[in-house]
Design a protein. Sequence first.
Length: 296
Amino acid sequence: MLNYLYVCNTSSDCVSKVNLKNFTEEKRIFLNSSSMNGRVGPHGVCENNNRLIIANNYSDSISILNISKEVEEDSYYIGIHCNDVVVFENNAYIICGDLNSLVVFDLISKKIIEEIPCGSLPHSICLNKEKKLLLVSNMEDDSITLIDCVNNENIKSIRVGAYPTKALFTVDGQYSLVCESNIGSDYKGSIAVMSLKNYKVINRITVGNSPIDMYCNESFGFVSNFGDGTISIIDINHYREEKKIIVGGMPRGIIKCGENIYVGDNYNNLLIKVNIEDENKKYIPIGGEPTGMILI
């Protein structure tokens, strides 16, 4: 099966469709702005019913992109500074950085049905479908928020390290991994491993400077270190950094497919393909500020 990677280019107001077989950018799908400033700012992305749903920073909206037709079908105003989005059943859950809340948008009726408070400056959201739980990282108040999708309630706010940029569920759903970025300090960042049984941090793994995004499988986490141009590969079961790979620039969005890691360089506007074993790298130009990514 041919894999495509879709990349949100925040400062170019477009989504790149990248053919992973020959590592080429096949198409740029431009988004229409409904905002006064004419900017869109695609930032976070998820997939639902052969559509991409994109959270837009600057137009404060979500865009619905038809994957097969490669066009934007609709956009809807949500709230100030949409950072990230996930879908559970018929609802899109969108975090708005400047509202400090999670907006619930009904994809059938096309209406906002609820607003759930979370922490200050929410930056990422992750869904655990089996447990029907949402996990939000709140950068400004050093916390993560757990939200129950069944009744849309904020069930827990947990303090973590400085400026958490990303929080994920592990594949088994037993733990959360949190990027404690320490942005703005001279200290390296870390990945906190938190038990979801008692909400305690059981270990921390030191990574690079300003870790901003992360992807994980059963055994490993792949972390983009925005501040020092590196990727950390961490062993999440043995709580250690296995390898650090220099890629240059300012690595942001990150994803793994097969033996390769794909990472967007925000500084040079490149998509980087890195082989995990031999660290061989390939670079292709892409839109401005590649951020959110999804494999289809």
